[in-house]
Design a protein around this ligand. Sequence first.
Ligand code: TYM
Length: 328
Amino acid sequence: KKIVFSGAQPTGSLTMGNYIGAVKNWKELEEEHHCIYSIVDSHSLTVRQDPKAFKETCISFLVQYLACGLNPEKNIIYFQSHVPQHAELNWILGCNTYVGELGRMTQFKDKSEKHKDNINAGLFTYPVLMAADILLYRSNLVPVGDDQKQHLEITRDIAMRFNNLYGEVFPIPEIHTPKIGARIMSLQEPSKKMSKSDDNVNGTIYLMDSEDTILKKMKRAVTDSANHVAYNEEQPGVKNLITIYSSLTGLSIEEIVERYEGKGYGAFKVDTAEVVIEFLKPFKRRYDEYINNLDYVETIYKNGAKKAYELAEETMKVVRDRIGLLQK
Ligand code: TYM
């Protein structure tokens, strides 16, 4: 059995990109492995949050994790900020990470471009905290989307560096991305990834979107003038819709392409919307159940934090000792 760790930042609401790129795999992995899924609230603080709204978003995210079918009996679900060892290991790893390495991270460059008025130190050291998340549980496998590749690379570099300096402590974690759907694109700009925080909401399908909204967004999805359903780089918009269709139904790309042979984009878009809507029906049902049972939700994240804390403390005892800190 492997130790699996992953997380999502609680901003806005989960997107179809988050689901297909990551959460879908989390669910599959929890059947066989020891899985730890965090809501990485501390990471979200790199962008200024409204405190009251942030609390609500955090709870909503937890409920969305559960509504995606993650099973708190089989995994550990918790809020990152509830386990202070993340911050502790972040500091230690930060002292073993170079400014030059962090400066090369594309996400930092993108985000500091976008939030010019708030290029804070947390944004810069974001990847160190992410490395701490993963290494704190001595994780083997990290199921994420394509956009996290560079973060995984630096995590591996930091782990190797630490092991070389202080002896083997951390397994070198492997990235785990889906074969198709590792990068779901914006419906409006198919050259750009679908993102929670896109200014153009029409580009993003949120799991919390209403059925009407989903249909509207799908109908408006940018395609091309070829007007036949095919899976290739010249038709990135259509390719993206086929990817979503396939990921949610389990049908192969070929089966889908065949199904729309000789049909235009109209029917294909409406059907893709239908696929998403059908997929989201049980999600919404579960969301409503949990959101009306917040006492139960609270026991889940409190238990999760307790279990995560114990595992984290085991690692930290070793880490503190290896680097020469006295035991308390
Ligand atoms: P976040 O919150 O941006 O996204 C959560 C997960 O969803 C994946 N994802 C996508 N996959 C496919 N297509 C897309 N358009 C798409 N958009 C997002 C992301 O790759 C991610 O797996 N830094 C992380 C959170 C994090 C983390 C960690 C992840 C913090 N610590 C430790 C793994 C392990 C992030 O911002 O993900």
